[in-house]
Design a protein around this ligand. Structure first.
Ligand code: NDP
Ligand code: HSE
Length: 434
């Protein structure tokens, strides 16, 4: 049988990984796909740049549309960003060519248009690498858990943030140094603010929520907070209280609608997510038949992400020539079964909270603060008072019970009006996964 010919757009961290993995595991991949899978055409921006992969036999160029138009059986988009990625993907689908992409930004923000085009043109669209790097979470949700109604999922879905928080926690490294290392290791997005401000995780959560809950892709519905405001002191206090700080993506549904949120979160130190360190990702999914399931693995990096891209290529090669009605629906549910859902704002959610306050070292401070919490019917689950050094302020860290967020904000506002509470308090959400 003829080889399955791949056109690769982008020869960066992931693109080079795809070539390496296809070459390293060529025999087993052919055994699974029924034929060899080979990259015949590739495009990049800078042909002078050295690549860490064998490019022999690959027709190289700098025009990505030439790859779309070449005699290839599938197009793999690995340049990232919206334009020209969107135009390239739509052009390939319009020509009926299967598309494999790792581009979560493109899918989260333009995925409904892309899914519609794939359906109209009867072309395959695969995006396992867009969430969780090498973890097969898309396949697990779309196929493995298809018998369940998924009520919630939560996870570490940005390797860069997890790497930074791990380095700050375990090695006392500064935020800036840890981010620079994550960039060197190939984990970060081209613009790393996408990682640290939670935008990349929000892109991924958009995709997970669509396929878990059977809704269209709604990036604007994700409430997002980054990790840049998390301080070394918060990390230390959280540890003393028995927690680790992780950036989580959380999707839950209830009678009001869906909660879609990304934010730094205190997680009990013994929990799987608290123990997932470095660039690893971990996603916990709860289905009403199976109960709790968990998926852990490398969430970023060339070869790990290439593992997911190549798995998609095997699927696409196996299904070449099949009737599109037999494809797994792009978003897990058939297009006519997708239903939009109301998304709750941060103010509408309920959570437990960690509050850190800097207060004057005076008698009566603790009583005044606990009175505010009592007035607003907020129970204290834990409290930690750090005695000040001479002439310094004291620090108070409090973990509250589960309360509506607007009530927590009201309490914090009142506390900040007290004369002995200094500006610059911190408020983070706490998840107990009960
Ligand atoms: P890189 O920045 O390392 O690579 C991008 C590649 O695209 C480069 O080879 C670049 O060329 C090429 N490129 C960019 N624009 C053009 C253009 N207009 N025409 C031709 N080539 C172009 O990105 P990554 O490999 O890290 O990421 C690729 C995609 O995978 C992104 O969507 C990213 O979000 C996603 N992803 C990345 C992961 C990771 O761990 N890095 C993990 C999961 C998903 P040149 O090399 O010449 O500059
Ligand atoms: N920048 C992303 C991350 C790459 O750090 O998770 C993987 O999607």
């Amino acid at each position: 049988m003829n080889a399955f010919r791949v056109g690769l757009i982008g020869l960066g961290t992931v693109g080079q990984g795809v070539l390496r993995v296809l070459q390293r595991n060529a025999g087993e991949i052919a055994g699974r796909a029924g034929r060899r899978i080979v990259v015949t055409h590739a495009a990049m921006r800078d042909p002078a740049r050295l690549r860490d992969c064998d490019l022999s036999g690959v027709q190289l160029g700098t025009d990505p549309m030439a790859v779309v138009n070449a005699e290839v059986d599938a197009v793999v988009e690995l340049i990232g960003g919206i334009s020209p990625a969107r135009e390239l993907v739509l052009a390939a689908l319009q020509r009926g060519k299967p598309v494999v992409t790792a581009n979560k930004a493109l899918l989260a923000e333009h995925g409904n248009e892309i899914v519609e085009s794939a359906g109209r043109n009867g072309a395959q669209l695969a995006y396992e690498a867009a969430v969780g790097g090498g973890i097969p979470i898309i396949k697990a949700l779309r196929e493995g858990l298809a018998g369940n109604s998924i009520d919630s999922l939560a996870g570490i879905i940005n390797g860069t943030c997890n790497y930074i928080l791990t380095q700050m926690t375990a090695k006392g490294q500064s935020f800036a140094d840890a981010l620079a290392d994550a960039q060197k290791l190939g984990y970060a997005e081209a613009d790393p603010t996408f990682d640290v401000e939670g935008i990349d995780a929000a892109h991924k959560l958009t995709i997970l929520a669509a396929i878990a809950f059977g809704m269209p892709l709604r990036f604007e519905a994700v409430a997002t907070e980054g990790i840049s405001a998390v301080t070394a002191q918060d990390i230390q206090l959280a540890q003393e209280l028995g927690y680790r700080i992780k950036s989580l993506g959380i999707a839950k549904r209830n009678s009001l609608g869906v909660e879609l949120r990304v934010h730094p979160t205190l997680v009990p130190a013994g929990h799987l997510l608290a123990k997932t360190d470095g660039a690893l990702n971990a996603i916990r999914v709860h289905g009403n038949a199976v109960g709790q399931t968990a998926y852990v693995g490398r969430g970023a990096g060339g070869d790990a992400t290439a593992s997911a891209v190549v798995a998609d290529l095997v699927d696409v090669a196996r299904l070449q020539g099949a009737d599109p009605r037999h494809f797994v629906p792009y978003l897990g549910f058939r297009a006519e079964a997708l239903r939009d859902k109301r998304a709750l704002t941060f103010a509408e959610i309920e959570s437990a909270y960690y509050l850190r306050l800097r207060v004057a070292d005076e008698p009566g401070v603790l009583r005044a603060i606990t009175s505010i919490l009592a007035e607003l019917d907020i129970s204290i689950e834990a409290i930690l008072q750090k005695e000040p050094r001479e002439h310094e302020d004291a620090t108070l860290a409090i973990i509250t019970s589960q309360i509506p967020e607007h009530r927590c904000n009201g309490a914090l506002e009142k506390m900040l009006q007290l004369p002995f509470v200094r500006p610059g308090a911190s408020r983070l959400r706490v998840e107990h996964f009960e």
